[in-house]
Design a protein. Structure first.
Lengths: 308, 319
C-alpha cells in the first residue's frame, strides 16, 4: 500500500501534450497543401476584390458604368481611352468597368441566395430527419413537387409576372432551390439520430431542439460547407442564364448575364463583348467548384480514396 | 413489377397537384388584374362591364374556389384560350412538343454515350494522363454557362467557319422531311445542351467504378483466376452501371431547364421557347399550359427512370 503510494508520488509528471489536432485544423492543414484549391481560392479572392472595388476601377479608368459615347460604339480593346481596355459596347460604354460592376451583382446574388438556401435547407432537413412521421411526409412531398418543375420555368414566370428587383430575385432563388441541401441533411440526420451520443444526450434530458442543433448539426456541418461552395456557383450560373434571357437583373444595372443579352445581335461586329462576361462567369463558377472539391477532400479524407 | 409501376403512377398524382398549386398561385397572385389588362384601351367599357366580366370569369370567388374550378377545366385539357393567338393554349403547346423532345432526347443520348465511357475509362486508368484529362473536363464542363457556350459555338461554327446553321430546326424553304438538313440543325444545340450532363456523368461514373473496383467480390473474382478483362467488364462494370439510372434524376432536371435556355439561344421552336415568349407577353393560359406540360414531362421521365431502375436492380422489387 505504502509502496504503491510512493510510486504514484514519484511517477514522472505526464508531459504536457498538445491538444490533438481537430477536424478543422486538420482540414486547414490539408487545404494549404492542396495547390489547386489554393489557386482557385486566390483567383476567386481576386475576382471578389476587383468587383468590390468597381467604383475605384471606374475612377482610375475615368469612366462610369453608364457613361456612353455614341461616336465610339463597338470599339476594339484599346488603351485609348483606358476605359476601353476590354472594348466598348453598343452604346460606347466601357466593357471593363461594367464587367466589374456586373461582378458585384452576380456575386451578391450568388452568395446571399446560397445563404438563404442553406438556412432553409438545413432547418427543414434537420426537422424532417429528426421528427420523421407526418412532418417528414409533408417536407418530402414539397421537395418532390419542387423537383418536378424545371427550375428555370418557375423562375421565368415569376420574373416575367412580378418583375422583381435584384433583392427580391435573390430571395426567390434562395427560397426555391433548397431541396438538394434538405435531402442531404435529412438523410444524415436520419442516420445520426440513432447513434449513441444522441441517445446519451436524450437520456440526460436534452430537448429535441438542443439535440438537433448542438449534437446533430455539428456532425453535418462540414459537408454543408462543401455543398454551399458548389451551390454559390450553381446560383451564379442560374442568375446569369436568367439575366441573359432579360428576366433577371434589369439593365442598366450590369450583370454578367445581362451583358450577354444582346450578344447574339452583335457577335459578328464585336465578338470580344461576348467573350469577357462569359469568361468571368466561367472562372468564378470554376473556382467555386474547385474549392468545393478541395474542401470535401480536406474535410472527409475517407472520400479521398474514391475521388483520387 | 406491375404493382410497382402502379404505385409509382399513383405517387405522381400529389406531385402534379402540387405543381398545379404553385403555378396557379404564381399566376393569380401576380400584380395586374387580368380583366383590366384584357380590356385595356377598349372603348365603351364601363366599370359595370368590368365587374360583369370579373363575375363571368369567376374572379370574384375566393382563391381556393377559383383553383378548384380551374383544376376541373385543366383536367379536361382546357387551359383556356391564348390571349395572343386567341386559340386554345394546350394544342399550341403540344405543337411545340416534338421539337423539345427531339432536342432533349438527342442531348440525353449524347450524354450517356459519351459521359459513361469517359467516367469508366478514367476510373480504370486511375492516375494516368487519361484520367487527368477526363477529370479536368468533368470540372470545366460543369462550370461553363450553357447559354454562353451556345453563343461561342455560334460565333465559331456559324459565323466564322459557316459550317453549321445557328438557328431553327430547318432551313427556310426546305422540305419538312429533309432529314440531313434537320440533323445539321440539331448538332450544335444538342451538343451544347449535353455538355454539362457529359461532365456530370463522367465524374459520377468515375467515383462509382472506383467504389465497385475496391469491393470484395472483385478481389474474389481476381483470386479465382478470372481474366482481368472479365473482371472489369462483367463484374465491375455491370455493378457500376446501376447508379447511371439513379443519376438520371438530376440529369433530367438539368436537361429540361437547360433546354429552355438553349432553345432561346438557337431559336429552337420548342415548349421552353414558347413558354418564355408567353411569359414575356403575360399570356397567362399559355404560361400555365407550358409549365404544366414541362412538369408532366419531367414527372413522366422520373417514372420511366424508376421503372428502368427496377429492371436494372433486382433488389428494388423486394421493397
Amino acid at each position: 500500500m505504502a509502496t504503491a503510494q510512493t510510486t504514484i508520488a514519484t511517477a514522472p509528471p505526464i508531459p504536457i501534450r498538445r491538444a490533438s489536432a481537430g477536424l478543422w485544423s486538420n482540414a486547414w492543414y490539408r487545404i494549404r497543401r492542396d495547390r489547386l484549391t489554393v489557386a482557385a481560392a486566390l483567383v476567386l479572392f481576386l475576382i471578389v476584390v476587383l468587383s468590390l472595388s468597381a467604383a475605384l476601377i471606374s475612377q482610375v479608368l475615368g469612366m462610369s458604368f453608364e457613361q456612353q459615347d455614341l461616336l465610339r460604339t463597338y470599339s476594339v480593346p484599346t488603351l485609348d481611352p483606358p476605359g476601353y481596355v476590354l472594348g466598348s459596347d453598343e452604346v460606347g460604354r466601357s466593357q471593363a468597368v461594367r464587367l466589374f460592376y456586373g461582378g458585384q451583382v452576380s456575386l451578391f446574388v450568388g452568395f446571399v441566395a446560397a445563404f438563404i438556401q442553406l438556412t432553409i435547407g438545413v432547418l427543414l432537413g434537420l426537422i424532417a430527419g429528426y421528427f420523421r412521421g407526418k412532418i417528414d411526409d409533408v417536407i418530402t412531398w414539397f421537395i418532390t413537387t419542387l423537383n418536378s418543375v424545371p427550375a428555370i420555368f418557375l423562375l421565368i414566370i415569376f420574373a416575367a409576372l412580378f418583375a422583381p428587383g435584384a433583392i427580391t430575385l435573390t430571395i426567390v432563388i434562395g427560397a426555391l432551390f433548397w431541396t438538394g441541401i434538405t435531402n442531404f441533411v435529412r438523410g444524415q440526420t436520419f442516420a445520426l439520430r440513432e447513434r449513441e451520443f444522441v441517445t446519451a444526450a436524450r437520456t440526460i434530458g436534452a430537448s429535441s431542439w438542443r439535440i438537433m442543433f448542438k449534437h446533430i448539426l455539428p456532425n453535418v456541418l462540414p459537408l454543408i460547407f462543401v455543398l454551399s461552395a458548389i451551390d454559390v456557383g450553381a446560383i451564379i450560373l442560374l442568375e446569369s442564364a436568367l439575366s441573359y434571357l432579360g428576366l433577371g437583373i434589369i439593365p442598366p444595372t450590369p450583370s454578367w448575364g445581362n451583358m450577354l443579352t444582346n450578344a447574339a445581335t452583335y457577335y459578328n461586329r464585336a465578338p470580344w463583348l461576348v467573350v469577357s462576361p462569359g469568361v468571368m462567369i466561367f472562372l468564378t463558377v470554376l473556382c467555386l467548384y474547385l474549392i468545393g472539391d478541395g474542401l470535401r477532400d480536406a474535410l472527409d479524407p475517407r472520400l479521398r480514396g474514391s475521388e483520387g | 413489377m406491375r404493382a410497382y409501376i402502379i404505385r409509382r403512377l399513383i405517387y405522381a398524382i400529389p406531385t402534379l397537384l402540387g405543381v398545379s398549386i404553385i403555378v396557379f398561385l404564381i399566376t393569380r397572385l401576380s400584380p395586374g388584374d387580368p380583366v383590366r389588362i384584357y380590356t385595356f384601351g377598349a372603348l365603351n367599357v364601363t366599370e359595370e362591364d368590368i365587374q360583369a366580366l370579373r363575375e363571368h370569369y369567376g374572379l370574384n370567388k375566393p382563391l381556393y374556389e377559383q383553383y378548384v374550378l380551374w383544376l376541373i377545366q385543366v383536367l379536361q385539357g382546357d387551359f383556356g384560350k391564348s390571349l395572343q393567338y386567341n386559340r386554345p393554349a394546350l394544342p399550341l403547346i403540344f405543337d411545340r412538343l416534338p421539337a423539345t423532345l427531339q432536342l432533349a432526347t438527342t442531348a440525353l443520348g449524347i450524354q450517356l454515350l459519351i459521359g459513361v465511357p469517359l467516367g469508366v475509362m478514367a476510373a480504370l486508368r486511375r492516375g494516368s494522363w487519361v484520367d487527368y484529362v477526363i477529370r479536368v473536363f468533368g470540372v470545366l464542363g460543369h462550370a461553363i454557362p450553357t447559354f454562353w457556350l451556345g453563343l461561342m459555338a455560334i460565333i465559331i461554327f456559324s459565323v466564322t467557319f459557316r459550317v453549321l446553321p445557328s438557328q431553327g430546326v430547318l432551313t427556310v424553304g426546305h422540305d419538312v422531311w429533309d432529314v440531313p438538313d434537320r440533323l445539321k440543325h440539331l448538332i450544335l444545340p444538342s451538343i451544347v445542351l449535353a455538355v454539362a450532363g457529359i461532365a456530370n456523368y463522367s465524374r459520377y461514373l468515375r467515383t462509382e467504378t472506383l467504389d465497385v473496383i475496391a469491393q470484395d467480390f472483385i478481389r474474389t473474382a481476381r483470386a479465382k483466376g478470372l481474366r482481368e478483362r472479365t473482371v472489369t467488364y462483367v463484374h465491375a462494370l455491370r455493378n457500376a452501371l446501376i447508379p447511371v439510372v439513379t443519376a438520371l434524376g438530376g440529369v433530367l432536371f438539368a436537361l429540361f431547364s437547360g433546354a429552355l435556355v438553349i432553345e432561346q439561344v438557337f431559336t429552337w421552336p420548342g415548349v421552353g421557347q414558347f413558354t418564355y415568349a408567353a411569359a414575356r407577353s403575360k399570356d397567362y393560359p399559355v404560361i400555365m399550359a407550358g409549365v404544366m406540360v414541362a412538369s408532366a414531362l419531367l414527372v413522366l421521365s422520373y417514372l420511366l427512370r424508376d421503372i428502368a431502375y427496377a429492371f436494372v436492380d433486382p433488389r428494388i422489387k423486394v421493397k
